[in-house]
Design a protein around this ligand. Structure first.
Ligand code: HEC
Ligand code: HEC
Ligand code: HEC
Ligand code: HEC
Length: 216
């Protein structure tokens, strides 16, 4: 009984010696050149990022030609495209010098024959939900506040809060140019026609193998 116990002890001692030596050898081999080689990838990242002070890559040169305005919404500051120069019939007051009531009538030709509203329903929306009869060159909020055409996302965010929150963070919509700063993003009306904002549903293009055989 006693003998067996001491053999067992010796055996354990030897094993631990071997392990110790092995560990020493391995660590000397694997970390022999500390300046260039690292034990773990995370060590390397940590060491090499000490002298890293942000990226020098920038989107500036792709954005030079574009007419952008800077906005700050909550904790996000970014650029969006200016709109007013893109709107064909702006300034509206080139025609809208009189009250809408006066210029509308049987004898008046329809001014905006190409615009029909396909957005929400009649109870929720008509032209004057967003346009201001007394100040045609600006949009208006539901409570009657002025909204500049360049900042029309403020119109949309009254009802589409979720998409607005996503858009601010960059999860809804699309960036312009590249991922590198400064950030420039498309605004709602770059993608959605405010008068008919839904995307048309389209079927995926089908591949008709029968037709192909017939053609052969
Ligand atoms: C070339 C002239 C012209 C310009 C520019 C113009 N309008 Fe008009 N607009 C008219 C005329 C004419 C009417 C009245 C006839 C009608 O009801 O379509 C009208 C009517 C409207 C109405 C009432 C439509 C209805 O059915 O109640 C709205 C809203 C409107 N315009 C918005 C605008 C806005 C916003 C702009 C600028 C982005 C603009 N218009 C620029 C000529 C113009
Ligand atoms: C949901 C809000 C909303 C409603 C409702 C609305 N508009 Fe607009 N409308 C806008 C916005 C925003 C723009 C500017 C879009 C842009 O920046 O291109 C605009 C642009 C226009 C323009 C200028 C279009 C161009 O390209 O020249 C006219 C004209 C106009 N609206 C007339 C109308 C008329 C008429 C109605 C009712 C039939 C109407 N709008 C209903 C939001 C609205
Ligand atoms: C007064 C409230 C209101 C405003 C302002 C408004 N919307 Fe809407 N919008 C609605 C409602 C209501 C619907 C219909 C929702 C539905 O059918 O599920 C709708 C539908 C839409 C849809 C289609 C949703 C779908 O499921 O197909 C889009 C896209 C959209 N709006 C974008 C915009 C944009 C962009 C603006 C700003 C130019 C805007 N909306 C301004 C109330 C509003
Ligand atoms: C780069 C283009 C782009 C921009 C910018 C953009 N959207 Fe959209 N939006 C889309 C697409 C694509 C869809 C999905 C359409 C579909 O599924 O049929 C969509 C869907 C929606 C819908 C329908 C509900 C949903 O989530 O499917 C609403 C409402 C909407 N957008 C509102 C907005 C508003 C408000 C803004 C600005 C704050 C905005 N969008 C900016 C492209 C855009």
């Amino acid at each position: 009984m006693k003998i067996r116990k001491s053999i067992h002890k010796d055996y354990l001692k030897n094993i631990s010696k071997i392990v110790c030596v092995l560990w020493l050898v391995i660590s000397v081999i694997s970390c022999k050149n500390h300046n260039e080689e690292y034990h773990k990838v995370t060590d390397k990242i940590e060491a090499e990022s000490k002298n890293y002070h942000g990226t020098s890559i920038s989107s500036d040169k792709f954005l030079e030609e574009l007419n952008l305005i800077e906005i700050t919404e909550g904790e996000h500051t970014f650029l969006i495209p200016e709109r007013k120069s893109q709107i064909q019939s702006y300034a509206c007051t080139e025609c809208h010098t009189d009250d809408l009531d006066k210029i509308k009538g049987k004898d008046v030709k329809k001014g905006h024959w190409n615009i029909s509203l396909n957005h929400a329903n009649e109870n929720t929306m008509n032209c004057l939900t967003c346009h201001n009869g007394d100040d045609m060159d600006n949009l208006k909020s539901l409570t009657g506040n002025k909204i500049d055409f360049d900042y029309s996302y403020n119109l949309c965010n009254q009802c589409h809060t979720k998409q607005f929150e996503d858009w601010k963070g960059g999860a809804h919509g699309k960036k312009i140019a590249s991922w590198a700063p400064p950030r420039a993003s498309m605004t709602c009306v770059n993608c959605h026609n405010p008068h008919s904002p839904s995307y048309e549903k389209r079927w995926p293009v089908g591949y008709n193998s029968q037709k192909r055989q017939e053609r052969k």
